[in-house]
Design a protein around this ligand. Structure first.
Ligand SMILES: *[C@@H]1O[C@H](CO)[C@@H](O)[C@H](O)[C@H]1NC(C)=O
Ligand SMILES: *[C@@H]1O[C@H](CO)[C@@H](O)[C@H](O)[C@H]1NC(C)=O
Ligand SMILES: *[C@@H]1O[C@H](CO)[C@@H](O)[C@H](O)[C@H]1NC(C)=O
Ligand SMILES: *[C@@H]1O[C@H](CO)[C@@H](O)[C@H](O)[C@H]1NC(C)=O
Ligand SMILES: *[C@@H]1O[C@H](CO)[C@@H](O)[C@H](O)[C@H]1NC(C)=O
Ligand SMILES: *[C@@H]1O[C@H](CO)[C@@H](O)[C@H](O)[C@H]1NC(C)=O
Ligand SMILES: *[C@@H]1O[C@H](CO)[C@@H](O)[C@H](O)[C@H]1NC(C)=O
Ligand SMILES: *[C@@H]1O[C@H](CO)[C@@H](O)[C@H](O)[C@H]1NC(C)=O
Length: 525
């Protein structure tokens, strides 16, 4: 109560002059009824830093679509709720903590607002002159207050509910809503490749719309404090780190809709659903699709290719988009595996292993110990090592691995179990350890070390081009980590043909025509 007093007292004093003015002219205006309570969810609000609650309501007053403002305490940010973004407020007696200001339109003097009257059964407009559209009604309930929204427009500018949280939308299955933007409080997580477009823009809405309007954009991040709007093309973001509203990080994922997912809630859209890349987004490959999943810590975007896809004549061997194949699919059949080298300086082996698992992979097993050196292309087209360093400026491999770095240290799937060093996926190995001993770096390793990283480049074993160094699993002296898996076909995922069946759309197989290449290369990013 003391807190509330100190908060409202200066506000009251400040507003005294306008109070008498109001009663004199008796002109209706937007005012705020302040109560002790808390919105039931913040996840559709706009968060801003303010010096006072007065500034918070001031921002809401200036924004025509704002219907409510909230602050937990004077050190917490201010949350602004746009029309249709909040349904319920819990009163203090029912456990709601903080201060809520309802925007009302009234001719009552601001210092004598009759809150029981104004907050029970009254309807308010966004535009005082508009009596049918963008209305909201506030009702008093046992636990607090309920807000309902009234809109009688024939669908016009407010299409697809402006991508607000409360899905499904009434018009969500209309053709004009065939691409949606799912908004989350989050920031790009580990191994994000900062490849895309970056601009400084004033608001999150502007940033969101940029991504929506740009064909290459697959996901977008907005930092409220810096106002940087970074748009990512497909494949660049795998881990989206979940945050809370007060962290000031917005992200949105662009998703194509079909007859089925247009009826889903926002949470369902993010819960293990598959989406086609084309035609909604720029496709650096044909026959691409992606899966979105939700974990307690992350939203995951995993990008796949049809197993028959080719890239400029080279087959991609049925591996996920952001990984490479260890050999030709047809030549070696099931011996082919997929691998992904990821730059993440300072990561521990324990964390690296977890990030591999979240990608349905294991820390990488060295397939051909000692048999390859950098850049060597044998009959098997071995790329496991050569791709470590090179940032090939092809669409497929942008930002892959450790561009420009030499030497490179990367966690591998080699762990000491009892007395024996054991590979994470021994079935990947072409040669037995007895026939082709692990190339340990000379004079490295300690008796207590149970993990190992690959050491490639300058200073490494000259014959193989690399060696392994034993290290404590919590060591942070690495540049990143390497994961491996069998091909998509052996993963428990939906295949391209099953996804296209849901969308009713299939791309040609497999390469691009010259005209198509020209068009794709003209794409802005
Ligand atoms: C948003 O809030 C609702 C209600 O509290 C909750 O059920 C839902 O899981 C939240 N969604 C996200 C994405 O945080
Ligand atoms: C202010 O509110 C936030 C959010 O509820 C809470 O995390 C924080 O501890 C509060 N701070 C104080 C000083 O009460
Ligand atoms: C609301 O109730 C809590 C206890 O549930 C109390 O600590 C707090 O001071 C009250 N007032 C406000 C403004 O949150
Ligand atoms: C409402 O209508 C009046 C008279 O046409 C006009 O002067 C005023 O600007 C309008 N108000 C808004 C908020 O559009
Ligand atoms: C919805 O989006 C359109 C276009 O960006 C904008 O003009 C309109 O004001 C938005 N409506 C609401 C209620 O946010
Ligand atoms: C985005 O642009 C700003 C301003 O040019 C720059 O300071 C910032 O580092 C850029 N962010 C990224 C991630 O490139
Ligand atoms: C959305 O619909 C328009 C026509 O209404 C069509 O041109 C476009 O290709 C569709 N986009 C997707 C991703 O289905
Ligand atoms: C790693 O763990 C050991 C023992 O568990 C501890 O002594 C050491 O400080 C840790 N090192 C780092 C870099 O965290």
């Amino acid at each position: 109560m003391r807190f509330l007093l100190s908060l409202t007292l200066p506000l009251f004093l400040f507003l005294t002059p306008s109070c008498s003015l109001d009663s004199e002219t008796n002109s209706p205006a937007y005012k705020f009824v302040t109560v002790s309570g808390e919105p039931t969810t913040l996840n559709a609000s706009d968060v801003i830093q303010v010096a006072s609650f007065e500034e918070c309501t001031g921002k809401c007053e200036k924004d025509p679509v704002c219907v409510m403002a909230y602050q937990a305490n004077s050190s917490d940010p201010c949350y602004l709720f746009a029309w249709n973004s909040i349904q319920e407020v819990t009163r203090n007696e029912s456990g709601g903590v903080g201060t809520v200001a309802f925007k009302v339109f009234t001719d009552q003097p601001s210092c004598e607002l009759n809150s029981p009257f104004l907050l029970n059964g009254k309807v308010y407009p966004i535009n005082p002159n508009d009596t049918t559209n963008y209305l909201w009604k506030i009702d008093t309930s046992e636990g607090g207050w309920k807000i309902t929204y009234i809109d009688n427009r024939i669908v016009d500018s407010f299409t697809c509910a402006n991508f607000t949280f409360n899905r499904p939308y009434e018009d969500g299955c209309n053709p004009e809503c065939n691409i949606t933007m799912v908004q989350v409080w989050a920031k790009p997580g580990p191994i994000t490749i900062m490849y895309g477009k970056n601009d400084t823009v004033e608001t999150w809405t502007d940033c969101l719309n940029m991504c929506y309007n740009e064909w290459p954009c697959n996901s977008v991040h907005y930092d409220v404090s810096t106002k940087f709007c970074f748009r990512f093309k497909v494949g660049m973001v795998t881990f989206i780190e979940r945050m809370t509203a007060s962290d000031g990080n917005h992200m949105a994922i662009k998703l194509p809709m079909n007859d089925k997912n247009c009826k889903m809630t926002t949470d369902q859209l993010l819960d293990n659903q598959y989406y086609l890349v084309a035609p909604a987004m720029y496709y650096p490959q044909k026959r691409m699709y992606f899966r979105v999943q939700t974990t307690p810590k992350y939203y995951l975007i995993k990008t796949y290719l049809d197993k028959d896809s080719t890239y400029q004549g080279t087959t991609l061997q049925g591996c996920p988009y952001m990984s490479m194949a260890s050999g030709y699919w047809n030549e070696l059949s099931k011996e082919v595996f997929c691998y992904r080298h990821s730059k993440q300086p300072g990561i521990t082996q324990t964390e690296a292993k977890e990030l591999c698992h979240l990608q349905d992979m294991e820390l990488l097993t060295d397939k051909y110990t000692g048999a390859v050196s950098s850049g060597q292309k044998g009959e098997w087209y071995i790329m496991e090592m050569s791709i470590l360093q090179t940032d090939l400026t092809t669409p497929v491999r942008t930002g892959f691995g450790f561009p420009g770095m030499n030497p490179v240290k990367s966690w591998y799937g080699l762990e000491k179990v009892g007395d024996k060093w054991t590979w994470s996926m021994p079935e990947f190995r072409v040669f037995k350890d007895e026939d082709m001993p692990i190339p340990w770096a000379v004079g490295t390793g300690g008796s207590g070390d149970t993990c190992a990283y690959l050491h490639w480049g300058t200073g490494a074993d000259e014959y193989a081009g690399y060696d392994f160094i034993a290290a404590p699993c919590n060591s942070t002296d690495v540049d990143g980590f390497s994961c491996g898996s069998w091909q998509q076909e052996y993963m428990d995922i939906k295949q391209y043909k099953d996804v296209t069946a849901e969308f009713g759309y299939e791309q040609d197989c497999c390469g691009f025509s010259d005209a198509e290449w020209k068009e794709l290369k003209a794409s802005p990013y």
